[in-house]
Design a protein around this ligand. Structure first.
Ligand SMILES: [Zn+2]
Length: 282
């Protein structure tokens, strides 16, 4: 399998993968979506009763939204997650009681009138855990309204809830091949390319931009004076263009590395189980 990265930023990754099959590429897609973890707020504790500021002014612990809706909105805020720094709570050495390896606690203390944003979530301790997307609105507070909450973020995967799914847009397409349909489908000269009407020859140019909608075929045939040759386009089932984005909580490179490592581990485990079956038979 040959993997060539075409674009890589913190949030976006696009690569061409060659020498594999659709089921393997689809397994990468499914793993990226449902098994790459991230930190997300799972418990929110709301202060009840009056809240006082430094000047002694009193505010109500209330807002226009139900607490459940505010908690839900907070849960969907992307929490910065360096995957190697965190572990699942039920696998942590603290045995689930909560520690810096499996838990982040945020405080949100706001008094109206104002709009409460995701950036108002302040981590207890490590300031690098501040939310990067600071302008996601959570709720608006009116005069005399206030919000004081403690929010606990833990690691999870998209299998359990979409709030733990760092990979958002994710998909692949078959790498296109253009060929003369009057020739053998498996063109021995491998003449994939774009028809150059002026020079009357094939040129290979941005072939990966070609979709399989056949618009290029119509253009090629319109530019071709004679009735022959006929062109066609198809997808290769051994080469794919794969793209995905993250919500910013996990870096795209980290997400891909995690997914590929996880998948390789599963294949290894499967291979071991199969070899175990052989031994049992003998
Ligand atoms: Zn722990």
């Amino acid at each position: 399998m040959i993997l060539t990265v075409r674009e890589l930023t913190d949030r976006r990754c696009s690569f061409v993968v060659e020498g594999t099959s659709p089921d393997v590429v689809n397994a990468i897609r499914r793993t990226l979506i449902s098994e790459v973890p991230k930190m997300a707020i799972d418990e929110v504790e709301f202060h009840m009763g009056p809240i006082r500021d430094e000047q002694g002014n009193e505010y109500d612990s209330s807002s226009a939204l139900f607490d459940e809706i505010i908690a839900h909105r907070m849960a969907l805020v992307p929490i910065p997650t360096v995957l190697k720094d965190f572990t699942f709570r039920d696998q942590c050495e603290c045995e689930g009681s909560g520690c810096p390896h499996c838990t982040i606690i945020y405080v949100m203390n706001k008094k109206g009138p104002c709009t409460v944003f995701s950036g108002d979530l302040q981590p207890l301790g490590d300031v690098t855990l501040r939310v990067k997307e600071e302008l996601i609105p959570i709720v608006k507070l009116k005069e005399k309204q206030a919000l004081l909450v403690y929010a606990t973020a833990i690691l999870g995967t998209g299998k359990d809830h979409a709030k733990w799914q760092p990979v958002t847009v994710c998909g692949y397409k078959y790498f296109p091949k253009l060929y003369l349909s009057s020739m053998n489908h498996k063109d021995p000269e491998n003449r994939y390319g774009i028809w150059d009407a002026e020079d009357k020859k094939f040129i290979v140019e941005n072939l990966d931009h070609v979709d399989l909608c056949h618009k290029c075929v119509q253009t090629l045939e319109a530019n071709n004076a004679g009735p022959e040759p006929k062109f066609d386009v198809a997808g290769r089932d051994d080469k794919f263009i794969f793209s995905f984005e993250t919500d910013g909580s996990v870096k795209a490179k980290d997400a891909l590395e995690y997914a590929l490592t996880l998948l390789a581990g599963k294949y290894d485990e499967f291979r071991d189980q199969i070899s175990g079956l052989d031994k049992k038979k003998s």
